[in-house]
Design a protein around this ligand. Structure first.
Ligand SMILES: Cc1cc2nc3c(=O)[nH]c(=O)nc-3n(C[C@H](O)[C@H](O)[C@H](O)COP(=O)(O)OP(=O)(O)OC[C@H]3O[C@@H](n4cnc5c(N)ncnc54)[C@H](O)[C@@H]3O)c2cc1C
Length: 254
């Protein structure tokens, strides 16, 4: 990329007083926004930039791809291990396609606002946007959206006091298993799921208002105490309970 081109671009954005001392790295990108309609074609699944690309505005691409991988990884493992409910893999498309569509929507708006050659209309829009960005609520909203941390159902990475000491929720999920987080001691794990789901008892935490949560390996809640039977949620996300040789739900299935 010729240096004169960089100088022209910087001058257009920051004014004629701008001086370029030296260039450490330069790359060219344009807007090639597109998204696959279907992330699954039989036994082939697409994630990351293979499924969606957008201009790098806001630095969201890597995070989006990592979250695809986290969503897909445990579902693939469940399928390989043979306990996945029939439609589990298809929930990858249902959950991740809208997440990327939202980012593409957002970067399309940023592309308009960040264009170096501003028309009068876009300059007015940018001015209003800059004003809005001074409001903490707007900042909070955009930061949540750009980081993906505002996703519905995502459980905050709370610090938890357990019988084995203080830990974070993310540390409890490192096993790649489901987690029944019991914050009152009243929620045992029904027999038949202990080969896929851990139960951890912890002190109540101000970030978690429910008395118990069932959390998927990717950190999303799939049940909360008071929201219907736990067995039904376990079966929905972790498949049928393991059975012993007498046909009863196995207590210590491996
Ligand atoms: C200029 C620019 C700046 C960016 N800045 C940011 C940023 O600040 N923050 C951010 O989050 N994101 C940023 N991104 C986006 C980010 O880089 C991508 O979203 C991310 O790298 C996608 O990761 P991926 O693993 O899906 O794909 P890739 O990183 O493209 O990895 C795919 C890999 O597969 C390999 N491969 C391809 N074909 C084959 C094959 N047939 N066999 C074997 N291997 C193969 C490729 O060589 C590559 O190593 C930026 C992108 C650009 C272009």
């Amino acid at each position: 990329m010729p240096e004169s081109e960089i100088v022209d671009a910087l001058t257009a954005v920051y004014g004629s007083d701008t001086r370029l001392s030296h260039v450490l790295a330069a790359s060219r990108w344009s807007d090639a926004t597109r998204q696959l309609e279907r992330y699954r074609h039989g036994r082939i699944l697409f994630a990351g930039d293979a499924a969606h690309i957008h201009p790098p505005l806001g630095g969201q691409g890597l995070n989006l791809g990592v979250q695809d991988a986290l969503n897909l990884g445990w579902k693939l493992a469940a399928t390989v291990h043979g306990w996945a409910p029939g439609d589990l893999l298809d929930t990858y498309q249902e959950e991740r396609h809208p997440a990327a569509a939202r980012v593409l929507h957002h970067t399309s708006a940023q592309r308009v606002l960040a264009t170096p050659k501003l028309s009068e209309d876009v300059a007015a829009l940018r001015g209003i946007f800059v004003d809005l960005l001074r409001l903490p609520d707007t900042n909070h909203y955009l930061a949540g959206m750009m980081s993906g941390l505002d996703a519905a159902g995502r459980v905050p990475d709370a610090e938890l006091a357990t019988g084995d000491g203080t830990t974070r929720l993310s540390a409890l999920l490192r096993s790649g298993r489901g987690l029944l987080l019991d914050l009152t001691g009243d929620h045992p794990l029904p027999p038949g799921w202990s080969d896929r789901v851990d139960r951890v008892q912890a002190e109540p935490d101000h970030q978690l208002t429910e008395s118990a949560l069932l959390i998927r390996p990717d950190g999303y809640r799939c049940w909360a105490a008071g929201g219907g039977p736990l067995d039904a949620a376990l079966t929905r996300w972790f498949g049928a309970p393991a059975r012993d040789q007498h046909g009863s739900a196995a207590d210590d299935a491996v």
